[in-house]
Design a protein around this ligand. Structure first.
Ligand code: NDP
Length: 393
C-alpha cells in the first residue's frame, strides 16, 4: 500500500485529491488536515480511514475529538501537531493548505524523502531556495500541482531546460475580466469571488480576478524551473484550455491543453511518473471552436507587474510579497480596502522593506522566512489605515 497524507484536505484541492486517492484503491491514508471545517474533516477522516486527523486550530480540538469518538482515528490540533503529522512516514504528501501556514508542514514532509505534491504556491514564492535545498538534502521530489506548472513540467519531459527560450503561463483574466475599468475599484469580494472557468477556493478565486494569483505563479515558475524573469510571460486566454506553452531555442513551441479541471494536474502528480486514466472531461476542440490570447493590460492588473519587481530583488522579497498579498486579501474580504487597493498596499509594503531592510539577501532558514512574513503582515496591516481609498467597497 502506498502511504499518503493530505494537508488542506477540506479545501478544494484537498477534496479533489481525496477523490482521486479513493479511486486508485491502493493507498493507506496516513494524515488528513483541515482548519475550521471540523465536521467535514471528521467525515473525510472516517470515509478514507485515516490514521490521524489534525485541525490547525487548538480551539477546534475538542470538537474534532468528539466528532471522531469511537472511530479509532487519532486526533491532534495546532501548528506543532501539523508539523508532527507531516513528519510521519509517507510516500506521497499533498501540500494544499492555503497561505503561508502551509510552509512548515511542507518542509517537514520533505524530510521523509518521498514526493511532495505542491499546490501551496506560497511555499515556493516565500522560501523557494530553502525548499529546493531541503528536497535535495533528503532526496525528496517536489511535483507541481498548479495547472500551469504541471503543464510546463509535462511539456519538459525528456527536454533539456537549457534549450528553453520562453515559458508562457496563461490566465483566464478572472471573474472581473469584462468589467469596465472604471468600475473595478467598486468590485466586492462576492463579485471577485466568481470564476468563469475554474472551481476553486474563495481566496485563490479573488486572487485570479486581481491577477495576484498569476503574479504568484510567475514567481513560482521561476523557482520551480530555474528560469530568468525575462523568460516568463503571461497571456490572457479566456477559454482556459491551453494551460501553458514552452518555447524552445529551435523555435518549436509545446503547448499543454486540457479541460479546466484540477483533477488533471493533481492526478498527474499522484500517478507520476506513469499516466493513469482520470475522470476528467476530454478536450473537444471542435466544440471549443476558438482559442484566444492577448497580453494583460497592466493598468487593469497592477498586481502582475509586481512579480517581476520581486524576482529582480530576490532574497526575501517573495516572502514580503506573499505576506502583504495575504494581508491585502484579508483587508479586502473584511471590507477595509477596495479591490484596486490590494496592489497598492502590497507595493507600499515592498517599498517599506526596500527603504529599511536588505531584502535582497537570501533568508538563511525557514524561521527567518516566517519572521519576515510576520513583519510584512504587521507593516501591511499598519498601512491599511493610512491608505487613501481607490474606491468604495
Ligand atoms: P481552500 O480555501 O479551498 O482550502 C484551504 C485548505 O487549507 C482547507 O483545508 C482549510 O481548512 C485549510 N486552512 C485554511 N487556513 C488554514 C491555516 N491557517 N492552517 C492550516 N490549514 C488551513 O483552498 P484551495 O484548495 O483553493 O487552495 C489550496 C492551495 O492550493 C492554495 O495555496 C492555492 O493557491 C493552491 N492552488 C489551488 C488551486 C485550486 O484550484 N483551488 C489551483 C492551484 C493551486 P478549513 O477549510 O477546514 O478551514
Amino acid at each position: 500500500m502506498r502511504r499518503v497524507s493530505v494537508f488542506g484536505a477540506t479545501g478544494s484541492v484537498g477534496e479533489n485529491t481525496l477523490d482521486l486517492i479513493a479511486r486508485r484503491g491502493d493507498c493507506q491514508v496516513v494524515a488528513l488536515s483541515g482548519g475550521r471545517n471540523v465536521a467535514r474533516l471528521a467525515e473525510l477522516a472516517r470515509a478514507h480511514r485515516a490514521e490521524l486527523a489534525i485541525t490547525a486550530h487548538e480551539e477546534c480540538h475538542a470538537e474534532l475529538k468528539s466528532a471522531l469518538a469511537g472511530s479509532g482515528i487519532e486526533v491532534a490540533a495546532g501548528a506543532a501537531a501539523l508539523i508532527e503529522a507531516a513528519s510521519r512516514p509517507a510516500d506521497w504528501v499533498m501540500s494544499a493548505i492555503v497561505g503561508a501556514a502551509g510552509l512548515a508542514p511542507g518542509f517537514a514532509a520533505l524530510a521523509q524523502g518521498g514526493v511532495l505534491a505542491l499546490a501551496n504556491k506560497e511555499s515556493l514564492v516565500s522560501a523557494g531556495a530553502l525548499l529546493k535545498a531541503e528536497a535535495a538534502r533528503h532526496g525528496a521530489t517536489i511535483l507541481p500541482v498548479d495547472s500551469e506548472h504541471s503543464a510546463v513540467f509535462q511539456a519538459l519531459v525528456g527536454e533539456d531546460i537549457a534549450a528553453v527560450e520562453k515559458v508562457t503561463l496563461t490566465a483566464s483574466g478572472g471573474g472581473l475580466r469584462d468589467w469596465p475599468l472604471e468600475q473595478l475599484a467598486r468590485a466586492t469580494p462576492a463579485d471577485a469571488g466568481q470564476h468563469p472557468n475554474w472551481a476553486m477556493g474563495q481566496r485563490i478565486t479573488i486572487d485570479s480576478a486581481s491577477m495576484f494569483n498569476k503574479a504568484m505563479e510567475v514567481i513560482e515558475a521561476r523557482e520551480f524551473f530555474g528560469l530568468a524573469p525575462a523568460q516568463i510571460e503571461v497571456l490572457i486566454h479566456p477559454q482556459s484550455l491551453v494551460h501553458a506553452l514552452v518555447g524552445f531555442r529551435d523555435g518549436a513551441v509545446m503547448a499543454h491543453l486540457g479541460a479546466p479541471d484540477m483533477r488533471h494536474p493533481i492526478g498527474y502528480a499522484l500517478n507520476w511518473p506513469q499516466r493513469a486514466p482520470l475522470p476528467v472531461a476530454r478536450l473537444d476542440l471542435a466544440q471549443a471552436a476558438r482559442l484566444d490570447f492577448h497580453l494583460p493590460d497592466p493598468v487593469r492588473y497592477p498586481a502582475l507587474g509586481l512579480a517581476w519587481q520581486v524576482m529582480e530583488t530576490g532574497g526575501s522579497a517573495g516572502a514580503v510579497f506573499n505576506a502583504a498579498r495575504e494581508a491585502a486579501l484579508d483587508a479586502f474580504i473584511g471590507g477595509q480596502i477596495g479591490f484596486l487597493d490590494m496592489a497598492r498596499l502590497v507595493s507600499l509594503t515592498l517599498e517599506s522593506f526596500a527603504r529599511s531592510d536588505d531584502i535582497s539577501r537570501e533568508p538563511a532558514s525557514l524561521g527567518e522566512v516566517l519572521e519576515t512574513d510576520k513583519e510584512a503582515r504587521r507593516r501591511a496591516a499598519a498601512l491599511v489605515g493610512a491608505l487613501p481609498r481607490c474606491g468604495a467597497v
